[in-house]
Design a protein around this ligand. Structure first.
Ligand code: NCD
Length: 310
């Protein structure tokens, strides 16, 4: 049985087939409206979420399936001390596929070891967020017509931002990727990502302190929120929270075909006046999240049988 815990759990070819399926669903959603009739998705969310949980639920409903679950650790038996392993084992009797978000790195992996159904990591602590990565890849593909041959500036909290970690892993497998890391010293990309992913890929990368100095060269500007909930103290958060703010003015030197992305939620790192710029793609990106999750559910349930290898 296949799970999606780490973005590298799917090969590059499997990932490309999944993105192509998401594209077909966008073209003709009605053709998929009953593909999951009678199936159930469980959303086990131990940490707050708006987009990820709702887009999973919307995806399953748009496929004709049903959804059950909880939206906070407080409303589950976790408060009574139940382990993730036991919860996963049990929920496997209630649902055909599980999407789990957890504040502990590795919790969805543990769940996958005990579950009798496919488990999807919907974000584990500061570690990975593979379905956001699929959303991001689909957005890059639809904006640029390709994923390779891209200079991407990743800006903000590159230390705690799990979407950044997963996106770097996935992009490293494409040709001609140029990574530009834009962050304060305290929030730079973790050493393990550089050593285990970026350096072995052979792709060039640079680390800079301002977005202004690289703006004219970027194909993609991927903004992120400073991850307050993962800081050890409030003073550090307050000191760093306004490090990078994208304004309309800063976009003056950017290319006309730049795509500004953000996994959302934003706090203040993108000024509201950027929203009306045609280069702002973050709301379209959020919409893509539904289609990519529809494709993922179909692939993991084997309903679309030619996406994943056996
Ligand atoms: C992200 C997350 O949860 O990691 N949100 C999302 O899933 N779209 C990004 C964030 O919370 O900053």
């Amino acid at each position: 049985m296949r799970h999606l815990i780490d973005p590298l759990d799917f090969t590059r070819e499997e990932t490309d087939r999944l993105l192509a399926l998401a594209g077909r669903i966008i073209e003709d959603p009605a053709a998929y409206a009953h593909r999951c009739d009678g199936r159930i998705l469980a959303t086990l969310f131990y940490e707050p979420s708006t987009r990820t949980r709702l887009s999973f639920e919307s995806a399953m409903m748009r496929l004709g399936g049903k959804v059950l679950g909880f939206a906070g650790a407080d409303s589950s038996s976790a408060t009574k001390g139940e382990s993730v392993a036991d919860t996963a084992r049990m929920v496997s009797a209630y649902a055909d596929v599980i999407a789990m978000r957890h504040f502990k790195e590795g919790a969805p992996y543990v769940a996958s070891r005990y579950a009798g159904v496919p488990v999807i990591n919907a974000g584990d602590g500061g570690h990975n967020h593979p379905t956001q990565t699929l959303t991001d890849l689909l957005t890059i593909l639809r904006c640029r017509g390709k994923i390779g041959g891209t200079t991407i500036g990743l800006c903000g909290d590159l230390k705690f931002g799990r979407t950044v970690h997963s996106l770097i892993k996935a992009l490293a497998r494409y040709e001609d990727i140029n990574f530009v890391f834009i962050s304060p010293e305290e929030l730079k990309v973790p050493g393990y990502i550089l050593k285990e992913v970026v350096e072995p890929s052979g792709h060039p990368y640079e680390t800079v302190r301002t977005m202004e100095e690289v703006m004219p060269r970027l194909d993609i500007l991927y903004m992120t929120r400073v991850q307050r909930e993962r800081f050890f103290n409030e003073e550090d958060y307050v000191r760093l929270k306004d490090s990078f703010i994208l304004t309309r003015d800063k976009l003056r030197t950017a290319r006309q075909d730049l795509a500004v992305m953000h996994p959302l939620p934003r706090v203040n790192e993108i000024a509201a006046d950027v929203d009306s710029d045609p280069r702002a793609k973050y709301f379209e990106q959020a919409r893509n999240g539904v289609y990519v999750r529809m494709a993922l559910i179909l692939a993991l349930l084997g309903i679309e049988s030619d996406i994943l290898e056996a």
